[in-house]
Design a binder for this molecule. Sequence first.
Ligand code: ZN
Length: 334
Amino acid sequence: MLTRAILLVIGPGFLIAGCWFLTVGRSSKNVQAAPTSTSAPREFDVQELHAGVEAGLVPVDSAATAVDRRSLTVACDEQARQIGEQLDERDRIIVRPPFVIGGDLSEAELDRYYVQTILPTKRALELAYFDRAPDMPLTLLLYSNERAYRDAAWKLDRRNTTNYYGYYVRSEKRIVVNIGTGEGTLAHELTHALGHFDFPNMPEWFDEGLASLYEEADFSEDGLRLNGLSNWRLNHLLSAMQKRRLGTLESLISAREIREEKQAVEYAHARYFCLYLQERGLLPFFYRKFRDRATTDPSGLRTLCEILGEENLDPVDRNFRQWVIALYEQVRSK
Ligand SMILES: [Zn+2]
């Protein structure tokens, strides 16, 4: 340990000295131009440096950021008051800007979802994709069972929710989920909600592909990355492949929106294509390039061809389908 510490301390000195000798050895003309940084450091007060460590860790909040944060908190408090008037009397609400979190759970349970699911998911998604954080309140309503969820969805949005466990109302910036079915739906809807702040014109194929990727995912050990995993949607994809009814990747990506009658297959198609990009380490990279060029390439097709180094998506499509079959064989053998 001691040897290692010493090496770390004196190592760079040797390196600099080594460079110096190389420079001198190769060309004596360069001697005059040798960097002055090789000289010993000036005298510093180590005690002062230590004292500065803690001070340096206090965030320097610019006046503008502080005002933004305060006004977001005020907006969240106001949103909590408004939504409170529409909810059941037994429902609870907590404010964790930019989130207003409510539902038929206790405040402690709502806070547990905030700390264990909502906040880490937001952090991981922002690290990988989103550069623009929400500047308006996002309301998340969590219900413990089918009945409470169904009643709330009907009361708030006149929605009949028999076919799904959660939804996001973009105009209201509000998510409603049946959390009793697990946290996958919450992660799905949260990805939509946060994504729309960062990439408002995200086309539907990618919006649904990315959101459904995270409905089944785990965190890396340091908690900073989310990795999408295979899930039940694989059956829809394989079934369409077996019946030879799966459209091309190009038709999925070029379509303006996902067709309602093909929703199950197209969600699965988009999700697994996102998983395929994730496995190749390209997903965050593609997202940022795609978002930044969306005015000239709104579907992302050209950006995709470019980063994959292909003229068109045909070879990628073939490779993708083979990857899906291999994935199926891998999942089946587990
Ligand atoms: Zn969705």
